[in-house]
Every structure is written in C-alpha cells, then in structure tokens.
Design a protein around this ligand. Structure first.
Ligand SMILES: CC(C)(COP(=O)(O)OP(=O)(O)OC[C@H]1O[C@@H](n2cnc3c(N)ncnc32)[C@H](O)[C@@H]1OP(=O)(O)O)[C@@H](O)C(=O)NCCC(=O)NCCS
Length: 167
C-alpha cells in the first residue's frame, strides 16, 4: 500500500464519493469473515439498502470516513453518528481483510476520537458484538470501557457490548 490518508466522503451530496463508497462498503461489510461483526440481522447488505444509507446519511447525522491511497483505493471505512444532544458514536468500522493488523482500524478510531474532541464532546461511544475479540482489543487499547450490555442483540443471540471513552 502506498501512502494513505483519511478523507471524509459525502455521498449524499457528491456523486464521485457515492461511486467510490458504494462498492467499497458492500465489499467490506459483506465480506464473509467480517459480516457477523457488522450486522444485527445477519442478512447481507444489498445495493439498495446501502444506496439508501448513502443518499440520506446527512439527514440521519451520519458521517463517513475512508482510508484511501493516492489512487483513491479505499482500504477501510468508518461510520460516525453524531447527535449533538445525546452522543458521538462510532457506528461501524471495517478494514479490508488483506489490510488488517497494519494500524488502519486504529487510525480511524483515533481520527474519530480527535473529531469528537474537536466538536466539544466529552465522551465517545462504540458498540461491539461480544464475539468480536479483535475490535474489543483495539477499543480497549484506546481506553474504551464497557458500560452496558444489550443482551441477544444480534439475530443469533450474541450480546452487544456498549463501550465508552471519556475525553
Ligand atoms: C476490528 C478491525 C476494525 C480492526 O482493524 P485493524 O486495522 O486490523 O486494527 P489495527 O491494525 O489498528 O489493530 C489490530 C491489531 O494489529 C496490531 N497492529 C497495528 N499495527 C500493526 C503493525 N504495523 N504490525 C503488526 N501489528 C499491528 C494492533 O496492535 C492490534 O493488536 P491487538 O489485536 O493485539 O490489539 C478489523 O479487524 C475489521 O475490520 N474487522 C471486521 C469488521 C469489524 O469487526 N468491525 C468492528 C465492528 S464494531
């Protein structure tokens, strides 16, 4: 991988961003190894579902960040949900399988922490399924703490662990 950077994609307003994010999202989120960590229903994401997120994300308070290289290849994506009254949430995060364990996921988490702090938030939330030891370890390494468990949140009965980091 050549030099990479984190950029915000705004598919709701920008067709080039929409065309970049749609295939990357479907490929990362539907990857067989990843999928169960990124879905409540265990159903694959269809193009129509993803397209609907991307056409309305600003209205829903969601922002997308991508790790890209000079050729605009996307290696990883994060989805942040900002609710100015309630919370700043890392809603989703996925790294292409062949680029895991290179610090890319961690760089997106650090970017989210910095963004939350720059917007004046005093805490940042991230939720992780209880069988997702990789994500759990990365979040713990950034001093996120488990604060709540939503029992049987995923369609196969696995719990969701809500983690919080105070800024
Ligand atoms: C969880 C996930 C986002 C982590 O992304 P990642 O890019 O692999 O994360 P990092 O590389 O920053 O950290 C992973 C590990 O690699 C290590 N690492 C980081 N840079 C490294 C490097 N240059 N060389 C070797 N190891 C490295 C980290 O220390 C960390 O070690 P640990 O597992 O012992 O804590 C990624 O595995 C993923 O996309 N999983 C599937 C989807 C998913 O679970 N998303 C989260 C939903 S809540």
């Amino acid at each position: 991988m050549t030099e990479h950077k984190i950029v915000e994609l705004i598919p709701q307003n920008n067709e080039e961003d929409y065309n970049m994010i749609l295939p990357a999202f479907l490929s990362i989120w539907n990857d067989l190894e990843h999928h169960k960590f990124l879905t409540f229903t265990l159903q694959l994401f269809t193009k129509e579902m993803a397209s609907s997120f991307f056409k309305h994300h600003l209205d829903q308070g969601c922002r997308y960040f991508a790790v890209i290289d000079d050729l605009k290849t996307i290696f990883a994506l994060s989805v942040i949900k900002i609710n100015n009254i309630e919370s700043f949430d890392i809603l989703g995060l996925g790294v292409r399988p062949e680029f895991k364990h290179k610090g890319i996921g961690g760089s997106l988490i650090k970017h989210a922490i910095d963004l939350a702090a720059s917007l004046g938030f005093k805490a940042i939330d991230a939720s992780v399924f209880a069988d997702n030891t990789n994500m759990m370890r990365v979040l713990l390494s950034f001093n996120f703490m488990p604060i709540r468990i939503n029992n049987h949140a995923r369609a196969d009965g696995i719990d969701l662990v809500v983690m919080k980091k105070y800024l």
